[in-house]
Design a protein around this ligand. Structure first.
Ligand code: ZN
Length: 569
């Protein structure tokens, strides 16, 4: 809590200014709003997330923007007969939470159209038999020939400790093509009809950067499990959701995010069809209640995004490797326990070669784009750093803000390189909670597991970082994410690396102002300062007080552009 004391001191000395536009400061008397501001939130504890982490008491909102920040008495002069005054009754007000990386609105798609195959603590699936029963139930309600989809199974949490196969899924239906996604999104299982639809046979070779798993021993028959690049062979034959289905998914996901205090969502690896849907939603009143930053998949989009405060084009998303818990994360040193049937020196594999990655990065960087590359294993991060360095050397850009998404196994020397090159690591800090015990016992071993998502190492270097939930990989819950980054407690109760814990204020900055900065949005969102958009969240208590309690704090209200989109108090 090192920053708390100065913050309280500056609170006592808080001086009132109204800054209507950057650089133009006026006194309250000059404001000329005889009718007063639209809304004044008073009697609160405002964690402003400004440069000095000031804590204020009240904020005035006019239109969709923050008009003034200060004490109750400071704001009194700004209220008029039409001002709505909200008594916060000592509750905590923060800038709305910003999703640094996820896949909005896939959680809405899952909720509406797919079978949930998650195991505890997220879902209730215990075994492959459970998954089959749920897929069968869904198939019985689905016209024959149409796709049945499921998501979220985790092989290491199933009783059988393996991925389901085509034979397992054929027990759910042989008359519906079935596709079941792994919790990581980097694997999936198809039944026999789905394999037929994709024309995958024993003669289909593995694509570069992917694996079509086969039945052992020595047979070429696909067993239904797909890894990494190979997934696209199935995904390519599944019909897209209709516009109406997609808009429904957006509204379901937006409500789910709003309930958790999120005011800006992130759509990573966005295909053009979804970009079209976002454009439609952004121009339809109330169809997009929270803001979205879109990261086009693999290449820059040539679509023009119409002017909208709700939709923003962000980085181009690339992928360098897979996931550690699926054994497709690309490491410099072998996995602690090799995968079933794998060799002792197994290190995973890259999604693309270093040369190909570098060529793509150079082209995008030279053209002026921001780039976000998925990298979990340290060998993949070496490839990414190589590509970013080559690109910067070829055409230097001082403020490119390129991102390494996850940076899970980033070594200390790699964090040095990120600092040097101005790269932002975005950590999936919830791994310490959901997978921490298995990283320690199976995938990484104790020493490496205790360093995953090394947020404190980044902080010590002054390396600005963000943290994310990667939803729908795990449910959207920024306060659980903050709790995880602060405490690093696993589902089994172990502390996954005491040294890498960070302070609550640092974790909160990582989901507010630093995430805004990552999205080149820091002049618009991320802090409670005059002139910024009135994107706010009201919490029942301050996350700065009891670190172990952060995950239990209730979100009371979520406000986007001055409009309440969720309220529960
Ligand atoms: Zn992701």
């Amino acid at each position: 809590m090192c920053k708390l004391l100065p913050a309280f001191v500056s609170f006592l000395a808080f001086s009132f200014t109204v800054s209507v536009e950057a650089g133009r400061t006026v006194s309250a008397a000059d404001v000329g709003v005889t009718a007063g501001v639209d809304t004044a939130y008073v009697n609160g504890e405002l964690l402003t997330m400004n440069a000095s982490n000031d804590i204020a008491q009240a904020v005035a909102v006019k239109g969709d923007k923050i008009y003034a920040v200060g004490s109750n008495s400071d704001l009194r002069a700004l209220t008029g007969p039409n001002t709505r005054v909200v008594d916060l009754a000592s509750k905590t007000l923060l800038p709305g939470f910003i999703d640094a990386h996820g896949h909005f609105p896939e959680s809405g798609v899952n909720a509406l159209y797919r079978v949930n195959a998650n195991s505890p603590p997220i879902g209730t699936t215990q075994s492959i038999a459970d998954i089959i029963a749920r897929l069968r139930e869904k198939a019985e309600k689905t016209p024959k020939g149409q796709w049945v989809q499921g998501f979220g199974y985790d092989d290491t949490l199933l009783a059988e400790k393996r991925h389901p196969t085509r034979d397992d899924l054929d027990k759910a239906s042989t008359e519906h093509p079935i596709w079941l996604s792994h919790i990581s999104g980097h694997f999936g299982v198809a039944n026999s009809l789905a394999l037929d639809r994709a024309k995958i046979t024993a003669d289909t070779p593995d694509p570069k950067g992917g694996v079509i798993r086969r039945y052992p021993p020595g047979t070429k028959k696909p067993n239904g499990v797909f890894e990494e690049v190979a997934l696209f062979q199935i995904l390519g034959v599944i019909p897209p959701w209709s516009l109406a289905q997609s808009l429904d998914a957006i509204s379901v996901a937006a409500l789910e995010y709003a309930r958790k205090g999120v005011t800006t969502a992130q759509s990573g690896l966005t295909l053009d069809a979804w970009l079209d849907t976002f454009i439609t939603a952004a121009s339809t009143p109330s169809a997009l209640p929270i803001r979205v930053v879109v990261w086009p998949a693999f290449k820059a989009t040539d679509k023009t995004i119409p002017e909208s405060p709700m939709l923003k084009l962000g980085a181009v998303k690339l992928i360098a490797d897979g996931s550690i818990q699926g054994y497709s994360g690309y490491l410099s040193q072998p996995y602690a326990v090799p995968p079933p049937g794998g060799k002792a020196d197994y290190v995973g594999y890259p999604f693309v070669s270093r040369e190909e990655l570098t060529a793509r990065v150079k082209a995008l960087h030279t053209a002026g784009y921001q780039i976000a590359i998925h990298g979990n294993g340290d060998a993949a991060i070496d490839n990414i750093l190589y590509a970013y360095r080559e690109a910067q050397q070829a055409s230097p850009r001082p403020d490119a803000r390129h991102i390494i998404v996850h940076s899970q196994m980033a070594r200390e020397d790699q964090l040095d390189a990120m600092k040097e090159l101005g790269i932002i690591p975005s950590f999936f800090s919830l791994h310490t909670y959901y997978w921490g015990d298995r990283h320690r016992d199976i995938f990484m071993g104790r020493e490496r597991a205790y360093r995953i998502s090394p947020a404190q190492s980044a902080h010590k270097r002054g390396l600005r970082f963000t943290i994310h939930t990667d939803t729908p990989v795990v449910p959207m819950d920024p306060l659980l994410l903050v709790w995880a980054a602060v405490n690093r407690i696993s589902t089994g109760g172990d502390i996954i690396g005491v040294e890498q814990r960070i302070m609550p204020i640092e974790a909160l900055r990582a989901i507010t102002i630093d995430a805004a900065w990552q999205h080149f949005d820091e002049n618009r969102t991320g802090s409670i300062e005059p002139g910024k958009l009135a994107d706010l969240v009201i919490l029942a208590e301050s996350p700065l007080r009891f670190p172990l309690h952060i995950r239990d704090i209730q979100v009371l209200e979520t406000i986007v552009g001055g409009q309440t989109i969720y309220k529960n108090w």
